[in-house]
Design a protein around this ligand. Structure first.
Ligand SMILES: Cc1cc2nc3c(=O)[nH]c(=O)nc-3n(C[C@H](O)[C@H](O)[C@H](O)COP(=O)(O)O)c2cc1C
Length: 219
């Protein structure tokens, strides 16, 4: 983060026109002073679960910086840095909801209400975007890099005592929404990572039988 509190290059705020001015400074304001000690990496990786309902507090500025840095350790074929992360918080979420409605013109009141309420389900949304570049690295691999970054961020949130859920849905694939976010049609919205504090006890970690998914080759 630079002295003015902005994340250059890969961390992009939603265009200013979409967010009222006070929201733009929110990264500078510590919101949550202490969440206890971060858990070790293996524990965090093995115990993260998605949380469907998220409330304040969101990670504070220093914590968010840690989370974003964890994201940027994603593998990256060709070092293309095909990464853009839009941070939407505060009243920016209402602007996002309005943009969803204006861009997609839902044909029923029910759909409209869903679009208006979805962005309000967490205090912070990290929109993970692959700025897909032409060349020898396939678009799918560039999307994978952003997906790895989102997963790193999700685990980092968990390690710091926060929770998240990765959601996609039709808004990810709608060119009108991409334009509303200031993106190009060739960009891929890989996911909306909703971040905050879980309201309910995290659900039990699913225990998988490794043999169901893993085998030696050759057998
Ligand atoms: C690319 C991707 C897109 C997803 N989109 C949705 C979604 O739109 N709606 C949803 O309920 N879960 C979605 N999920 C799944 C949740 O983020 C979450 O993984 C799921 O609820 C299972 O919880 P767990 O991660 O704790 O196992 C998505 C996951 C991925 C990787």
């Amino acid at each position: 983060m630079d002295a003015e509190g902005s994340y250059k290059d890969v961390f992009t705020r939603v265009p200013e026109a979409l967010i009222p001015a006070p929201t733009l400074t929110v990264l500078l304001k510590p919101q949550n002073q202490s969440r206890g000690k971060p858990v070790d990496a293996l524990t965090a990786l093995q115990t993260r679960t998605a949380a469907p309902r998220l409330v304040e507090p969101a990670p504070n500025a220093a914590e968010l910086e840690q989370i974003l840095k964890a994201g940027l350790r994603a593998p990256d074929h060709g070092m293309l840095r095909p990464w853009k992360f839009l941070l939407v918080e505060g009243e920016g979420r209402q602007k996002l909801a309005q943009m969803f409605v204006e861009a997609t013109q839902p044909d029923t009141e029910e759909r409209k209400q869903k679009l208006l309420t979805t962005p309000m389900r967490a205090p912070l949304i990290i929109v993970g975007v692959a700025t897909v570049k032409e060349g020898k690295v396939r678009p799918n691999e560039q999307v994978c890099s952003v997906a790895a970054a989102l997963q790193n961020m999700s685990v980092a949130c968990h390690a710091l005592g926060y929770a998240s859920i990765w959601l996609t849905g039709g808004m990810c694939y709608d060119n009108r929404v991409k334009l509303g976010l200031g993106l190009k049609e060739t960009d891929e919205i890989v996911g909306f990572l909703y971040v905050g504090t879980a309201t309910v006890q995290e659900r039990p970690v699913p225990q998988h039988n490794l043999a169901d998914f893993v085998q030696r080759w050759p057998a």
